[in-house]
Design a protein around this ligand. Structure first.
Ligand SMILES: [Zn+2]
Ligand SMILES: [Zn+2]
Length: 417
């Protein structure tokens, strides 16, 4: 896929916004590792060493280090009792948490020389498969969630189970805000639950509902209190929790199901990857507009032709009812012939062309300076269906794990640093 080329940049806006993403910023491939023996479910890049940790369907935890030959070889390969699905690694304390398909969370300490794992404890957390594990050093809590619909937290000093919260659907993604003890849980039905942890109790604070597909991944900007959710509906939504006005912004640039997100605090950029191998880097410092709510009407709000369920008007006017569409810029309910134009509109997150009505199209043509068309994202084709990824902000490196079991390491300094 080619980069999103700016077809009609607004010169004033393009120059006013620093940090514009350009084609020269795209990642370069540093290394490609040999295909793994089994599907890799999660991976993390080390920043102090030149290496990475993976957990796989073959029940393994592997630590890879770069050798003098320039290649990455495993320094640790340890097998667990069940498929390893999720991991979280706290680099300063060398504590590694691995969630298994049998519901157990293992805690390990990685030896200083990276040649062995020492098991610290096992926590029997769930009835069946774990989907996510997150460790908070600040709270000394280990959070996990899974197919049993439960969010569970354990004390990481004693290994004791502290509490649990039963969600409505299979939990698929998890993020934490350690400072305020909020957990964000994405679920199979497309909702994101905001749960406040109060000791051994939990309180549901809000339910963020806008996705029409399962949540696949979450990312959290704790400085600006922005939550990002990526879903099977191809969409990323940025939830402005800190803004306290209930605003949500759509990022519309993927053509297939999202698989993972990663966020860079320093540069305020979000990476999203999908199942067809498209990686997008989004400029989240840019000013963005909310997409309009879709209006409801029994007839086209431009030409007044009735929609197909409006039987009375169809009879009165002796016409055939039409299918309803919505203009993505104004939200009006319109017929197909009143919204035949397609356009990108980056401030609303439309990095791919969307349907807009005749009225909005006319406004854009007549007053093009008002509509800034500078792309706010860069699309990169990684030619690999992405399962998971890990970003190291300090070194500007990105690790991607493909459905083909191949690990690739990319230089993303120009995008990330
Ligand atoms: Zn119409
Ligand atoms: Zn419109």
């Amino acid at each position: 896929m080619a980069a999103t080329i700016n077809t009609r940049p607004s010169s004033s806006a393009a120059s006013s916004h620093q940090g514009t993403l350009t084609d020269t910023d795209r990642p370069t491939l540093l290394t490609k590792l040999e295909p793994q023996p089994a599907r890799v479910n999660a991976a993390v890049l080390l920043s102090r060493e030149d290496g990475m940790i993976t957990v796989s369907d073959d029940r393994s935890v592997r630590v890879y280090l770069k050798r003098d030959s320039g290649q990455y070889w495993p320094s640790i390969c340890q097998f667990l009792p069940a498929a390893a699905i999720a991991l979280d690694y706290n680099e300063p304390t060398a504590r590694l948490f691995v969630g298994l398909s049998n519901g157990t969370v293992y805690e390990f300490t990685i030896a200083e020389d990276f040649n062995s794992l020492k098991e610290t404890r096992q926590m029997i957390a769930h009835m069946n498969g774990i989907s996510c594990v997150r460790f908070s050093l600040q709270c000394e809590l280990v959070f996990s969630c899974g197919k049993d619909k439960a969010l569970v937290w354990h004390c990481s000093e004693t290994g004791n189970r502290m509490g649990s919260y039963l969600c409505e659907a299979w939990c698929t993604a998890l993020e934490l805000d350690s400072a305020t003890k909020y957990a964000f849980v994405g679920d199979y039905s497309g909702n994101v639950l905001v749960i406040h942890i109060l000791g051994d109790n939990a309180q549901l604070v809000s339910k963020l509902s806008a996705h029409t597909g399962s949540i696949r991944s979450l990312a959290w900007d704790h400085q600006r209190q922005l939550l990002f959710s990526g879903s099977n509906d191809n969409l990323v939504i940025m939830w402005d929790i800190g803004g306290r006005r209930g605003q949500a912004f759509e990022l519309n640039g993927h053509k297939t199901k999202l698989s993972c997100l990663a966020y860079i605090l320093g540069k305020k950029r979000l990476f999203s990857a999908d199942e067809s191998g498209s990686l997008m880097c989004w400029d989240m410092a840019a000013h963005r507009l909310e997409t309009p709510a879709w209006q409801s009407s029994d007839a086209c709000q431009r030409c007044e032709s009735p929609f197909f369920w409006n039987l009375r008007a169809m009879w009165d006017k002796k016409v055939v009812g039409l299918r309803q569409h919505h203009c993505r810029m104004c939200g009006q309910a319109v017929c197909a012939s009143c919204c035949s134009h397609l356009t990108k509109y980056p401030p609303m997150g439309y990095e791919l062309p969307v349907r807009i009505c005749d009225g909005c199209h006319r406004d854009m043509q007549a007053d093009s300076d008002r509509f800034d068309m500078t792309p706010l994202a860069l699309a990169i084709d990684l030619r690999q269906s992405i399962v998971c990824m890990s970003l190291d902000e300090t070194k500007g490196r990105l690790l991607t794990v493909g459905n083909d079991r191949v690990l690739m390491l990319w230089d993303v300094k120009r995008l990330a640093c």
